[in-house]
Design a protein around this ligand. Structure first.
Ligand code: ZN
Length: 316
């Protein structure tokens, strides 16, 4: 039935009024707290977001063929600078609470430094953390150890590869890695209160730190860069740190390097080996700079690989 002109006009007026009421609600423009839970056998894994940092990846991957980075980003509906996640991972083994990487403590601006707030939002307190494992001493992974010269995790022992500590805690080495000279004083400051308290304990190469968490030497991105292999009841998760940075580019082509690497020539085969192993064996991978929560699987895809993000679950 066709409405009369009078009723149609009234209907339009009501519709406009309703639209007006909707538009008057202020836009909120915040996200939910940045944590995501996954059970790995008997271990509870909580991915913690430290926030994001905008990376001009087209200028950072200078060993790629001209144009290939922008093209690969475009296939993923991205363009530089790419808003890039910074993720840490909290593991409750049932007897130990272990944090792998601590975020940037705001070192990269106001969109970073959220890890501690998200740890609390996830139901934990920093005092409960027994051990902090550092993949490497770049500030986006280690600056969150310390705030205003004080330990953020007052009861935690901090662990990392001995080569990593030796390199970054010696300010004289800045001459060997001038591109990252600011990272030396940052690493020294982040670790100082733990060292003073006798709570910095390094390890060498491959070892089991607590039952179910083993270290795997993956040197190259930095001199002591370490992957942590987490295993419970036959389920495995590899926490990769910075084996790779730009998913859109480095999954399809693992040979593309980023100039954050101390030694790109050493870092590249580490990445290729890690992709191949994860794809072959089908275990979980957690990656610091893949879109939060950065947990998923790797699948072989033609000459390269493909990221398969974890299927969202409300019942971890
Ligand atoms: Zn990083």
């Amino acid at each position: 039935m066709i409405r009369s002109g009078k009723f149609a006009a009234l209907g339009l007026a009501i519709a406009l009024a309703a639209a007006g009421v909707q538009a008057a609600a202020p836009q909120v423009k915040t996200q939910a707290p940045g944590y995501y839970r996954l059970m790995l056998g008997g271990f509870e894994i909580t991915a913690l977001s430290d926030g994001t940092v905008d990376l001009p990846v087209d200028q950072l991957m200078d060993k790629a063929k001209p144009g290939t980075v922008v093209k690969a980003l475009g296939k993923n509906y991205l363009k530089p600078p790419v808003e890039t996640s910074i993720n840490g991972y909290l593991i409750n083994t049932g007897t130990k609470l272990v944090l792998i990487d601590t975020g940037a403590n705001g070192a990269f601006g106001p969109t970073t430094g959220k890890l501690l707030a998200n740890l609390k939002a996830a139901g934990y307190q920093p005092e409960q953390v027994d051990e902090v494992y550092i993949t490497h001493l770049h500030p986006d992974h280690a600056a969150g150890l310390t705030k205003d010269g004080q330990t953020v995790f007052p009861n935690a022992v901090v662990r990392m590869d001995q080569q990593e500590a030796a390199f970054w805690l010696n300010a004289d080495n800045a001459a060997k890695d001038p591109a990252h000279k600011d990272f030396f004083p940052a690493a020294i400051a982040a670790l100082k209160p733990y060292q003073d308290a006798g709570r910095l304990k390094t390890f060498s190469g491959e070892t089991e730190l607590v039952p179910g968490i083993r270290t795997h030497a993956a040197y190259g991105h930095t001199p002591g860069h370490t992957v942590y292999m987490v295993e419970s009841q036959g389920q495995k998760l590899a926490v990769w740190g910075d084996l790779m940075h730009v998913a859109a580019v480095q999954f399809p082509d693992p040979s593309v390097t980023i100039n954050f690497d101390s030694d790109s020539k050493q870092a590249m085969p580490q990445r290729q080996k890690a992709y191949a192993d994860a794809a072959k064996n089908g275990y979980w991978v957690a990656i610091a700079h893949v879109s939060f929560p950065g947990i998923g699987h790797i699948a072989a895809d033609g000459k390269g690989y493909r990221w398969v993000p974890a299927n969202y679950s409300i019942k971890p």
